[in-house]
Write a protein that binds this ligand. Structure first.
Ligand code: OSB
Ligand code: MG
Length: 369
């Protein structure tokens, strides 16, 4: 398959409600979409970097720069024998995983559509429905958070994740336990703690959390190992795992017992599948994380989450979690039991809505090879 053209679009789409984490408040989703063309076929990817380098070092602007000046030129005009070739072509460029994942994802979708196969099937997926959890941002008050939890549980969501930071942890989590009993509950700190917070983090150990996600630094494995040895609650790594090799080292050091896999954080689906395979060999549970994706990235996440090692509910909510109207048709819908059914049509299995995309474009460029 020869990649003839790549179109980059930067969109700014209002979120339904602000999303607050230990690293900041998002009110608008500023994001880069990648459309790859081969003949008359097109595939879509999303590079869900944040506007500011607060989650990892990338931004929407750096993702655009990398794509425009380095990544797209490395792939354009190339005849690819398989989408996994993209990761090899992009390997000389250091890091910039979110940018790479946007391009790689577009080519996986394009390939799957040309082959006439659902992306999930091409990746080795074995599930036909995905268990759904929700990630709740830091709320203005505990009451507000409890209302949000009640709303998502009513709509079937199967696990609750709460963003925490020092000053917003034990009280909101205990309040959820008190009101909702043994509901599957976890916390995500996005690196807001230090190893010196151990006595405080020990207090979370009594809450029966499924896991604590990324309590310590984004680039740390050693202190996470020390913390894990002191806590009964499993630690889960997000930011600290950017490759299969990072995952191997984390598991060998004992830095975590669970891994959140995001294709966007690890340079794309090929590396994400490699991390899944490693964890599966070692009996380590994984789940699919999210990055406030539009429907395009959301469908990539769902395809990934259909692999057999994804045994825990993911941050793969329905289109209506963040969007008044999503960019894809049909939208992603969560059923009353808290599952999303995978589509069986080729590629992402949903069509992008050009009018909806057109409403939010702030920048556009087509590169041809
Ligand atoms: O740490 O998992 C995270 C959103 C943006 C950046 C990082 C994270 C998140 C979320 C939201 O937790 C997950 C989602 O619903 O997309
Ligand atoms: Mg996280």
């Amino acid at each position: 398959m020869r990649v003839d053209a790549i179109r980059l679009r930067r969109l700014r789409i209002p979120l339904k409600a602000p999303f607050v984490t230990s690293f900041g408040c998002q009110t608008v989703r500023d994001v880069v979409l990648v459309e790859a063309q081969a003949g008359t076929a097109a595939g879509w990817g999303e590079a869900p970097a944040l506007t500011a380098p607060l989650y990892n070092e990338e931004t929407v602007e750096t993702a655009w720069h990398l794509l425009e000046d380095f990544l797209v030129p490395a792939v354009l005009g190339q005849t690819l024998s398989h989408p996994s070739r993209v990761a090899e072509l992009l390997r000389p460029f250091r890091r910039n995983y979110i940018a790479k994942a946007g391009l790689e994802g577009a080519i996986w979708d394009l390939w799957a559509r040309v082959q006439g196969q659902p992306l999930a099937q091409l990746l080795g997926g074995t599930r036909d429905r995905i268990a759904v959890g929700v990630s709740l941002g830091i709320a203005p008050t505990v009451e507000h958070l409890l209302d949000e939890v009640a709303g998502f549980l009513d709509r079937g969501y199967r696990r609750i994740k709460v963003k925490i930071k020092p000053g917003w942890d034990l009280v909101p989590l205990s309040a959820i336990r008190h009101r909702f009993g043994s509901v599957p509950l976890m916390a995500d700190a996005n690196s807001a703690y230090a190893v010196s917070d151990l006595p405080h983090l020990r207090a979370l150990d009594g809450l029966g959390l499924m896991m604590i996600e990324q309590p310590l630094a984004h680039d740390d494995l050693v202190d996470h190992a020390r913390l894990q040895s002191e806590l009964a609650t499993p630690l889960c790594l997000d930011e600290s795992v950017c490759s299969r090799d990072d995952a191997r080292k984390a598991l060998e050091l004992g830095s975590c017992r669970i891994i959140n896999i995001k294709a966007a954080r690890v340079g794309g689906l090929t590396e994400a599948v490699a991390i899944h395979d490693l964890c599966r060999e070692r009996g380590v549970p994984v789940w699919c994380g999210g990055m406030l994706e539009t429907g395009i990235g959301r469908c990539h996440n769902l395809a990934l989450a259909s692999l057999p090692g994804f045994t825990l509910p993911g941050d793969v909510s329905g289109s209506d979690r963040y969007w008044e109207r999503d960019l894809i048709r049909p939208e992603v819908v969560v059923d009353a039991d808290g599952y999303i059914t995978l589509p069986d049509s080729p590629g992402l299995g949903h069509e992008v809505d050009p009018d909806e995309i057109g409403r939010w474009i702030v920048r556009e460029r087509t590169l041809t090879g």
